[in-house]
Design a protein around this ligand. Sequence first.
Ligand code: PRP
Ligand code: ADE
Length: 171
Amino acid sequence: MNLKDKIRVISDFPEKGIRFKDITTLLKDGEALHYTIDKIVEEIKDKEFDLIVGPESRGFIIGTPLAYAMKKGFIPVRKPGKLPAETVKLQYDLEYGSDALEIHKDAIKPGQKVMIIDDLLATGGTLRSTVKLVEQLGGEVVGVLCLIELMYLNGRETLKGYDVRSLIKYE
Ligand SMILES: O=P(O)(O)OC[C@H]1O[C@H](OP(=O)(O)OP(=O)(O)O)[C@H](O)[C@@H]1O
Ligand SMILES: Nc1ncnc2[nH]cnc12
């Protein structure tokens, strides 16, 4: 299956000049969704880790079924004000705009091994912040996996030294 064919590209959303990679067309296709999660499992099965961490909101969509398939716990990293217990917070820049992310302080025990998952790597701001939040709690990031990588934005430059993998690349 060619997963790129399942992704819809929408020009000038949410701003002029952005070519938005819309995964809802992949998600609504049961075969494609199943195949996607299986492919990610295959891609990271050489890694040993305790937890999967995913940023809101599309990181939840990919990260939770993956955690289920691999029998790992899932930790949500959320936009500010959403998590109910004590958190640590980080500000970051995006391809369009800026935002902040939070994680529960007690989500990860020092020394636990973490795989970070998201749907898409653009500038790398989101995943870089997610890495920092995990490390602030003493977690060890063993890898970063994104379904889609926008190569032209060089997001992996912000993640130098980490094992960054992606399934679908846009040049
Ligand atoms: O590499 P970056 O430049 O940080 O961009 C990538 C992030 O942008 C999108 O999320 P967004 O913040 O739009 O939130 P959403 O998942 O709730 O739509 C996408 O799901 C990634 O998390
Ligand atoms: N071009 C893009 N398409 C979809 N999601 C994104 N998040 C950041 N940039 C994006």
